[in-house]
Ligand binder design. Sequence first.
Ligand code: PFF
Length: 453
Amino acid sequence: MANLNQNHERGQWGSKLGFILAASGSAVGLGNLVKFPAMAGLNGGGAFVLVYFIILFLVGFTLMLAEIALGRYTGLNPIGAYRKISKKWSWVGGLGVLAGFMILSYYSVIGGWVIKYLVKSVTGGLNVSDPGMLGDAFGAFITSPGEPIFYHGIFMLITMIIVIKGIGGGIEKSTKLMMPALFVMIFLIAVRAMTLPGASAGIRYLLVPDFAKITPGVILAALGQVFFSLSLGMGAMITYGSYLDKKTNIPQSSTIIPLIDTGVALLAGLAVLPAVFAYNLDPNAGIGIIFNSFPAIFSQLPMGGLFSLIFFVLVLFAAVSSSISLLEVCVSYVVDEWKVKRLVATSVIGVALFLIGSAASLSLGAWSDFKILGLGIFDFLDYGSANVLLPLGGLLLCIVVGWFWGTDNAIKEATNNGEVEFKLAGAWIVLVKYIGPVAIAAVFIQKIMELLG
Ligand code: PFF
């Protein structure tokens, strides 16, 4: 049965697998391949991974189900969806659309860096075994005024073309191609890294928790990462849920998507940390790990150039399958609410994103003196969206779904009026009404203080 509010510009997923791949495509992104290994490196390895898992099961699954159910019930973009619950909540959806816009503007700049490094691995420019030299080249590139903006433009254009083609013909079709390829590639890279001599120290670091390292800071870092990685708190899953038919099993989908996301994050950790340990590099190098440490390692391996290439194609696929969901959130709002054609909405939003992203890119170099609340444009967009708007959106989602829409209504939607099984319904109610809001409030307050302090 089609959604009541279905119109021609909206569209619908062609199959259940298509939805699962598109939603996991949204979740699996730079957050898994770059942020997760880097954060595990920074926050005590196994300790971080253990806490991440606990939060994932408590909060990740809970919010995933809440967002998808709310999206399918309303058949609308985040603003329309919240408004349908009650007029006074539509601003919560507005915060989500704003978060999506902010994240995509700088996400696309990083996506551009990935394209540049993909080109570099083809032309042999990464054939350098000294991570220090690669680091200098990376620093010079991202702070330069022209090239990063050019590549950011290309990344944005790819994202726009897919979104213009719509739900079935663009997002679903492209993620059906990219995601299986991504799974194979990450597996290849992880196996290669884990079989390097000396890799076991990295595997141990990632998987064996040292309980003494579980501090409040580690817990809060893991909570923030769960949000970003699962694309929660801004209505991306509300939007994707709004294109679902009424037969899809929501409790099952809400379990599979976080599992896929976490599987890829773990594989990324198993690819990056063993390699970094095997070559005595710094596990705390942050984003530098993928642009500098990793290529330096590959350059010393037989067929290293090929592995570098596979690695950057993989990161690009992950980034694009996420960026299309970020853009879709903004486009669905304009298409639903302003009754504008998808092509026009995507083009106008895409150009605006290109301009703001260009400013973000310049803020790493020529415009580095310009500050908003003490942060450069790039960092402001990142902190303000990922660390403030997403947790706030998640908190409000729990409140609206748990206390206003009502858990009975939500469960009715999620189980297709009782047709599919939802064994954990009782636990879900406690999580969405009490545990979720309290846990998120803790991270949110900490992030706000960080921003102000
Ligand atoms: N989940 C994506 C990642 O891990 O890179 C980022 C993201 C996509 C966040 C979509 C939020 C979102 F709505």
